[in-house]
Design a protein around this ligand. Structure first.
Ligand SMILES: C[C@](O)(CO)[C@H](O)COP(=O)(O)OP(=O)(O)OC[C@H]1O[C@@H](n2ccc(N)nc2=O)[C@H](O)[C@@H]1O
Ligand SMILES: Nc1ncnc2c1ncn2[C@@H]1O[C@H](COP(=O)(O)OP(=O)(O)OP(=O)(O)O)[C@@H](O)[C@H]1O
Length: 289
């Protein structure tokens, strides 16, 4: 059988509100998640034994293959679907690691999609979702990467939202920011409930109105992430300098920041400006949907 291939697109949190901390220690969130045109690529050779090779520019940062979320996903899939066919994976790693783009989660979700395809399971088979939840909070959202509102720990997902395609620049300053310390920096005790505004369940379809609605909602993880990696602030300042960006914000638990722009030509021009100022940073103009 031929090699199967799946894209693992980067996840962007356009908004992210922390509503409190659950008794199990996880934080209760609500977030508008969208997906980028850029990401990793995952291949599956059905005739090879279960295993993983990792290539690509950011492969060294992803750590040992044995600990990779692709293999965690395969293990969880096998637990859900006893006797399932597995295979040999090859990951082309391009996304920055520990970056707030859900790179590892996207790879795990891509692995689950490939294994579903290999075993003739529909993509909405509940066992896929169950396996995704076991691997990590962002994995369920990455299973079918379309714009949604995510709630809870990430396990409550809205139907796909119809939003206009947004032009954007992603910028990662190179600081690896692990997720757990950022949440810890919020300083919330288990059971804590925050007051403050809730988050809408729907967004306007018109680009201008959508932008205004997003602007009114922050990413509540920015302050603790900034305390851990002050370079996030420098990246935001650089993106916001000049007229090109319509909104500048951090994604997820950081350190990647994004700038929304009016169109993809403006995104390309902004990306060139940032790359010229900071040649060592990861800078990617892309579309979001
Ligand atoms: C920040 C986001 O990326 C937003 O989409 C996600 O909430 C994090 O998703 P993730 O990286 O898949 O996170 P996980 O691997 O499940 O959890 C990593 C660690 O982050 C903390 N964590 C994560 C999610 C959550 N809702 N509350 C938490 O407190 C926990 O300490 C957990 O041990
Ligand atoms: N396929 C993978 N890609 C990247 N990192 C992986 C992978 N598998 C395991 N890891 C480990 O997970 C850690 C962080 O992964 P990831 O890139 O998903 O973080 P992130 O992009 O910050 O995610 P989030 O948006 O959820 O915060 C890395 O430090 C790495 O050791």
């Amino acid at each position: 059988m031929h090699r199967l291939t799946a894209r693992a697109p980067a996840k962007i949190n356009l908004t992210l509100r922390v509503l409190g901390r659950r008794a199990d220690g996880f934080h209760d969130l609500v977030s508008l998640v969208v997906f980028a045109g850029t990401g990793d690529l995952l291949h599956l050779d059905p005739d090879a034994p279960l295993g993983l090779g990792v290539t690509g520019r950011t492969a060294p940062a992803a750590g040992p293959a044995a600990d990779n979320l692709v293999l965690r996903a395969a293990t969880e899939f096998a637990a859900q679907v006893p006797g399932a066919r597995l295979g040999g994976f090859l990951l082309e790693k391009r996304l920055p690691v520990a970056a707030g783009l859900g790179g590892g989660s996207a790879d795990a979700a891509a692995a689950l999609r490939l294994l579903a395809q290999l075993n003739d399971l529909p993509t909405d088979d509940p066992r896929l979702f169950a396996a995704a939840q076991e691997v990590g909070s962002d994995v369920p959202a990455c299973l079918d990467p379309r714009a949604r509102i995510m709630r809870g720990r990430g396990e409550m997902l809205s139907a796909p939202l119809r939003i206009p395609a947004l032009a954007c620049v992603l910028v990662n300053c190179g600081a690896a920011v692990p997720t757990a310390p950022v949440f810890k920096g919020l300083g919330l005790a288990p059971g804590a409930v925050l007051p403050g505004p809730d988050h809408p369940d729907a967004f306007p379809g018109d680009a201008e109105a959508l932008l205004a609605a997003i602007r009114a909602l922050p990413n509540d993880l920015e302050p603790p992430a900034l305390a851990l990696a002050p370079a996030i602030g420098a990246a935001k300042v650089l993106l916001a300098a000049g007229p090109q960006a319509t909104l500048v914000r951090m994604s997820g638990s950081g350190a990647t920041v994004f700038a929304l722009t009016a169109d993809c030509r403006t995104a390309a021009a902004l990306a060139r400006r940032v790359k010229t100022a900071e040649p060592s940073w990861w800078v990617k103009p892309t579309m979001l949907r």
